[in-house]
Write a protein that binds this ligand. Sequence first.
Ligand code: NI
Length: 141
Amino acid sequence: MIYVSRKEHFNAAHKLYNPQWSKEKNQQVFGPCANENWHGHNYDLIITVSGETDPETGFVVDLKKLSVLIKAKVLEPLDHQNLNVDVSFLQGKMPTTEVLAMEIWNILDLEVPAITKFGKLYSVKLYETPRNFVEYFGPQL
Ligand code: NI
């Protein structure tokens, strides 16, 4: 089993705010991410595909194809958008790094089989800041 990764980048705005709580409680829980008038993050996204190598190419997955796929299905809907307002698959959801990583998984898990015979989506690693990141390995079945 070998693991192949592609790193991508996008910028997006959001706020973390539970409308059932007071402004004070939101600020206490979410800190600067609760700012009413939004704020931005520079996200780094690392997509990992695991599997065996294709005997014809030596690749698990063609990273050019993976990059094109990530750009079309993930970066296109997210880059320079407001995650609370502009993104259809985040409607009604709290746009935390955790939720975003799981939604990105759901999108790519359906698409990766079309570009590789020998690999499958292994993980979505999403950095919201250089020090804060989450990793999602899919639902535990
Ligand atoms: Ni934030």
